[in-house]
Design a protein around this ligand. Sequence first.
Ligand SMILES: [Zn+2]
Length: 154
Amino acid sequence: MTTLDPDCPLCNEPGGVVLWHGTHLRVIEVQDADYPGYTRVIWNSHIAEMTSLSRHGRELVMEVVWHVEEAQRAVLQPDKVNVAALGNMVPHLHWHIIPRFRGDRHFPDAVWAPPRVPPGQEPPQWHTRLAHTNNQMQRYRNRLVEILTAMPRN
Ligand SMILES: [Zn+2]
């Protein structure tokens, strides 16, 4: 059962470009020019904490999160994947899955920290890396959708 709250942004909008939508969860691509591949797994109804979910729900969330991480590693080949659940702003449990590269704007800090590299001061190799990652994005999306669509339960 999904509770719709007219004042809640994530009840009224997907929160990004929807890559896959299931009964309980959706997977969206975050539009962030510095972080191609940045993906969120969002529980559709109002649940704030993992421990409020049933065992099935917890397993389902984590299964989807690990599918995202695997697709990122296979296609985008990041130096590290950051996985985080913060969700202090909205009562929708969600996980951030962020491919990270040495030399990205915040590396090695979290993407929510103050940037280490101000816009316009990126080294040339960073632009090369970013362009390469952007070129892989459609393959990443296709791979992820293929895996999620094939999940036996959702
Ligand atoms: Zn909501």
